[in-house]
Design a binder for this molecule. Sequence first.
Ligand SMILES: *Cc1c(COP(=O)(O)O)cnc(C)c1O
Length: 398
Amino acid sequence: MNKYLLLTPGPVNVAINVRSAIAKEDICHRETDFDLLLQSIEQKLLKVFEIEAVDDYRGVVLTGSGTAANEAMLSSVVGDKNILVLSNGEFGSRLHEISKIHNKNTFVLEFPWGQRLDIKIISDYVTKHKIDVIAMVHHETSSGILNALESIGALAKANGAIFIVDCVSSAGAEAIDVKRNNISFFSSSSSKAIGSYPGLSFVIGKTVEFEKLKNYPIKTAYLNLYKLYTFLKTVSQTPNTPAVPLFFALEQALSNILKQGVANRYAELRCKANFLREGMQILGLKFLLNERDMCSILTTVHVPAYIDVDVLRQKLRDKSIIIYEGKGCFKNKMFQVGNIGEVSFDDIQFFLDVQKEILHSFNQQEDPKLTLVTSRKPFLTSIQDVLTPPALISVETI
Ligand SMILES: *Cc1c(COP(=O)(O)O)cnc(C)c1O
């Protein structure tokens, strides 16, 4: 168990109580047990995203990874209208690809990977074309850039457009102010900064906007947001059989965030990212972005000229550490190191020590004093830890 230390943007090493929650009990999703579970998850989601006017927003949970939530938004909220997708990386392109499947009036503005969205270009485009929906990615995971929501949200508002945001990799790590940023709907998944297993995703949106979907054409059966919303509103269930064990795990992961406190959670992640970044800088590694543009979940690093990135990843894997390789135009040029999930400062230090050793083996001219690395402390001290039941959620004070 926990063979690997996952220093990736997801999936992540989950907390022990999340691991046990998944095997909590067998319930039927057409019974009150599930209604209560779903209600509890929705309430916790709204709390995690600091949504105070709870009646004004709803959160639907879907069985399906983050892409399912994105496809649910893109297939349900555009109708026959015009949608503009903003893209500065792999996940922006994926929004565009998904939108093209469902919406014939899909427009796109593409910016270079790793560069900020240009509000002037976007604003000119929106005024020239009649844009009804604007879609973008909050944290563009492929480069690690945290795109600013406020200016685009204000632009959407000024043009009477719906604003939808893919927050798959930022939710749980960065504040998402739905109200201030005028967000109509945003999506995320269970397996990134939220800290649970892969397989569930959710869409949080304004109640009035969910209501408006009633008259929209139905483009998908499974991912129809209006249907998901109607089931939630009327019977507190999902239209189809949900992955119930994953719902237990998600509820526990949300409880963990709330117990720690959302602000503390963000601060801890920021602190870990800083620790990781300082350590990598000391090793002479260079980052793709300025720190002020980075999210606190991962760091995108230039592959040094003297390194073969596949060998680097294999050597890390030999020490049970998994990092990401660059995607698309960053392939072989960048690698990515995450710091979400059950990753301790000791784990990050362990990674830095191993990294130092590997870099030295690549670059024999250098002569750093080598710290010999022993094996990483296991997460779980005994099988008892795994079997300890999770704290009862219903009695937890949040
Ligand atoms: C991971 C990710 C997705 C896709 O999520 P899956 O769970 O792999 O379907 C979408 N958008 C962003 C920004 C992501 O980081």
